[in-house]
Design a protein around this ligand. Structure first.
Ligand code: DC
Length: 221
């Protein structure tokens, strides 16, 4: 089985690029961030603090996550409910980042993530895919862009959705998420030693897509 591990900070374009690549290559796309987001959402719904490790750990036995691929798009079900849209909210992303620092949450998801790679060719994106989840992945890519470039793209996305935001706030959120994801003790975000670095600060979507595709094609031959 071929596995492509894609890691990098929030807003680097991992999921948009991975989705399109999965379609082109005929692989299944697995967005591991959605799993952390679903746990973040459940925690918020239960009125608990995502940073309260003990409280979140106690919630885990109540949570069943299921992934399904529908027309090439990943859907995630939290105890049977499709929460794919709801988990995209900004505060759920922050909650996901907080629960992601919790070792109990990471080990709860690890086996599930690894199992997904055993029976199908996949592109999996996250923060620790190349370092922890799939250390033997066929190809590892570390996709990044400057915080400013990512904030600019995010701002544009929000504007297109008709949501108001200002650059400084979006940038501060991105920097906070980077800090949390890179400085946690368990499975922090970092480039695996054998990952290929792709910085898209100066690239548009098509250029990023072509470069990633080339990296993958070169490695699977
Ligand atoms: O990729 P994303 O923005 O949907 O991820 C949301 C948060 O989930 C991210 O800030 C950190 C956490 N996460 C993680 O810790 N490990 C992963 N493999 C994926 C996401």
């Amino acid at each position: 089985m071929i596995s492509v591990a894609i890691d990098g900070p929030s807003g680097a374009g991992k999921s948009t690029l991975a989705k399109r690549l999965a379609k082109e290559l005929g692989y299944v796309y697995v967005d591991t961030g959605a799993m952390f987001r679903a746990i973040g959402l459940y925690t918020l719904r239960q009125g608990k603090q995502p940073s309260d490790a003990q409280a979140v750990q106690e919630l885990l036995p109540q949570i069943t996550l299921t992934l399904a691929s529908i027309d090439g798009a990943q859907h995630i079900y939290l105890n049977g409910e499709d929460v794919s849209t709801e988990i995209r909210q900004e505060q759920v992303g922050m909650a996901a980042s907080a629960v992601g620092a919790n070792p109990a949450v990471r080990s709860f998801l690890l086996d599930q993530q690894r199992a997904l790679a055993t029976s199908q060719n996949i592109l999996m994106d996250g923060r620790d895919i190349g370092t922890v989840v799939l250390p033997n992945a066929t190809v590892k890519i570390y996709l990044t862009a400057s915080a400013e470039a990512r904030a600019q793209r995010r701002l544009l996305e929000l504007e297109q959705k008709g949501q108001k935001a200002d650059f400084e706030t979006v940038l501060a959120d991105i920097q906070q998420r980077d800090y949390q994801d890179m400085n946690r003790e368990t499975a922090p975000l970092r480039q695996a030693d054998d990952a290929i670095l792709l910085d898209t600060s100066e690239l548009d979507f098509e250029q990023s897509f072509e470069q990633m595709k080339q990296i993958i094609l070169t490695h699977i031959q």
